[in-house]
Design a protein around this ligand. Structure first.
Ligand code: ATP
Ligand code: MG
Length: 453
C-alpha cells in the first residue's frame, strides 16, 4: 500500500502500548490493500482488530514471511456476516475464519478467553472475549505474544517480547512448567524458534529449558501431525544441526523418532555442509537415519504419517545411500539413469558420509573408491540415448523368437540396460548386442537388470 491508503480507527485495546518502532512502521506502510480493506471493514463495524503473532515478530526482525494473522473483537458469526463469500469458516469452533484476499488469505481469530487443557492438547472450552491482553497471554512465547494496532501505529507487547528478541532469547509467556503442561507441542515449538535463519542460534531461557526437559512425557499426548509440522521446520532450518543436537541431548527427539537415541556429532556436522543449496527434506531425513537399516527407517518414517511422496522418496534415498556405484563409465551411466536429477547431489552426499567415516545402514563404512568415482563422474559425457528403450517386446519376439512371458520381459530389461550402459542410439547396435547375449540359456531371473543398486 501507499501511505495515502487510509487505515480507519477501530475499537481501542484496553492495554498499554508503545509507538511502533521503525521496522514496524515501514512494514505497515507496505501492507497489501486487501488487508487494509479487511481492517477498515472491521473498524467501521465498531470492532477492534489487530495483527498479531508471527507476522509482528517477523516484521520487527525485518523479515516478512507473508503469513499475516489478525485477531478481533468480532464473534465468528459477525465475521461471517461482515465478509460473506470472502469468509471461510476454517476453525470456527476456535474462532478462526479465513478471509480470502487478492493474493493471499488471512486468518482472523476472535479474541478468546479459554480454560483448562486437561488433555494436554487443546483447550477444553473456548469462550469469546474482548480482552487483547488475555488473548496475548495464552500465546506461547513472548515474541509471539505481540500485537499491533495498525491505524494508531501502536505496539502491544505486554511480555517484553521485543526485548527478548534483542537478546535472542526464547521465553515462555507465564510459568513455563504450566505452559508446557497445557500444550506439549510448545516444547517442539521452542526448539523451532531457536533457529532464526541468518541470525545466530537463539537461546532458551533457563526455566523454559528445564520445563521442556521435565515435561516431555506430555509430548506423547500431542498428535503426530502437529509434532511433524514443527519438526519439519526444524529439519529444514539453517541451524538444524545445533537444534537437533540439543533435542538429542534433551531426549526430546525420541518423541518424534523413538529409536533415535543417539546421533554422532560427525553426522550432525555434515548437515551444516553446503551442498549448493540442494539439501532437500528427504536428504536430511535420510541422513539423520543413515545408521538405521531400511526396515527401521520404514518403521520410523511410517509413524510420522508423512505425505506418501515424501515417505517413498526418503526411503529410496536412504536405501541408495548404502551403495556407491562402481567407477566404470557403464555403471555410472546406469546410476545416472536410475537416480535422474538426484544423481549429482547423491554422490556429493555420499562423499560427505565417506569423508566423515559415518556408519551406513548399521553395516559399516561405505565400500568403494569415492575419489575415483567422482573423477570418472566429472568426465562422464552427457547422455545421448533416449531414456526409453529403443526396442519393444514385439521387436525382440521377431528377432529372437522368444515367447511372451518372464523370459521376454527380462530380456527386454537386459537390453535396455545395455542401451544405457553403452549410450546406444541406433537399433542395429542393440541387434549386435542381442546376437552376442547368451539369453537362450540360464535363469532369466538372474539376468542383469536396469536398476541401482
Ligand atoms: P510461522 O511464521 O512459522 O508461521 P508463527 O509464530 O506464525 O510462525 P503459527 O503456528 O502460524 O506460528 O502460529 C501463529 C501464532 O499463534 C503464534 O505466533 C502464537 O502466537 C500462536 N500459537 C501457535 N501455536 C501455539 C501454541 N501451541 N500455544 C500457544 N500459542 C500458539
Ligand atoms: Mg504463522
Amino acid at each position: 500500500m501507499t501511505i495515502t491508503q487510509q487505515l480507519d480507527f477501530g475499537r481501542e485495546a484496553a492495554l498499554a502500548g508503545t509507538p511502533c518502532p521503525e521496522p514496524l512502521i515501514r512494514w505497515i506502510e507496505k501492507l497489501p490493500a486487501d488487508l487494509v480493506d479487511i481492517h477498515n471493514r472491521i473498524a467501521e463495524s465498531g470492532h477492534g482488530s489487530w495483527v498479531v503473532g508471527g507476522c509482528v515478530r517477523d516484521a520487527l526482525l525485518g523479515v516478512s514471511n507473508g503469513d499475516i494473522d489478525m485477531c478481533s473483537t468480532c464473534t465468528p458469526e459477525e465475521v461471517m456476516g461482515l465478509f460473506g463469500e470472502q469468509a471461510i469458516p476454517t476453525g470456527i469452533e476456535f474462532g478462526t475464519v479465513t478471509i480470502k484476499g487478492v493474493d493471499q488469505h488471512y486468518e482472523l481469530t476472535t479474541l478468546r478467553s479459554e480454560s483448562m487443557y486437561r488433555d494436554g492438547r487443546r483447550p477444553d472450552q473456548v469462550t469469546w472475549g474482548t480482552s487483547l491482553e488475555e488473548d496475548l497471554s495464552r500465546r506461547d512465547f513472548t515474541f509471539n505474544a505481540m500485537a499491533v494496532d495498525l491505524a494508531r501505529r501502536v505496539l502491544y507487547d505486554p511480555f517484553n517480547g521485543a526485548k527478548d528478541m534483542e537478546e535472542h532469547l526464547v521465553r515462555a509467556v507465564g510459568d513455563p512448567m504450566q505452559r508446557c503442561d497445557e500444550d506439549g507441542l510448545r516444547i517442539f515449538r521452542a526448539y523451532r524458534f531457536l533457529d532464526r535463519g541468518q541470525l545466530s542460534l537463539w537461546s532458551l531461557e533457563p526455566a523454559l529449558h528445564r520445563a521442556m526437559q521435565s515435561k516431555q512425557p506430555i509430548l506423547a499426548k500431542v498428535a503426530i501431525e502437529r509434532k511433524w509440522t514443527e519438526f519439519r521446520k526444524i529439519m529444514n532450518g539453517r541451524h538444524a544441526p545445533e537444534v537437533l543436537s540439543l533435542m538429542v541431548d534433551d531426549g526430546t527427539i525420541q518423541h518424534i523418532m523413538p529409536s533415535l537415541r543417539f546421533v554422532t556429532p560427525e553426522l550432525l556436522a555434515l548437515f551444516g555442509k553446503n551442498v549448493n543449496d540442494s539439501w532437500l527434506l528427504k536428504h536430511r531425513l535420510g541422513f539423520l537415519l543413515v545408521e538405521f537399516d531400511t526396515l527401521e527407517v520404514k518403521r520410523t518414517l511410517g509413524n510420522l504419517k508423512l505425505p506418501k511422496f515424501l515417505l517413498n522418496d526418503t526411503i529410496r534415498f536412504h536405501r541408495n545411500l548404502g551403495t556407491i556405484p562402481d567407477a566404470h563409465t557403464s555403471s555410472l551411466r546406469v546410476f545416472r539413469y536410475c537416480l535422474g536429477e538426484d544423481a549429482p547431489i547423491h554422490l556429493r552426499l555420499q562423499g560427505l558420509l565417506s569423508d566423515a567415516s559415518v556408519t551406513v545402514h548399521g553395516r559399516g563404512l561405505l565400500e568403494g573408491n569415492m575419489v575415483e568415482v567422482m573423477r570418472k563422474w566429472s568426465s562422464l559425457s552427457p547422455q545421448q540415448t533416449p531414456n526409453e528403450s529403443l526396442v519393444d517386446g514385439h521387436w525382440i519376439m521377431m528377432r529372437a523368437g522368444v515367447e511372451q512371458g518372464v523370459r521376454l520381459g527380462r530380456l527386454k530389461n537386459w537390453l535396455h540396460r545395455i542401451q544405457i550402459e553403452h549410450d546406444i542410439t541406433e537399433v542395429n547396435e542393440i541387434e549386435q548386442h542381442l546376437s552376442r547375449l547368451s539369453w537362450r540359456h540360464g535363469e532369466p531371473l538372474e539376468w542383469p537388470q536396469l536398476q541401482f543398486p
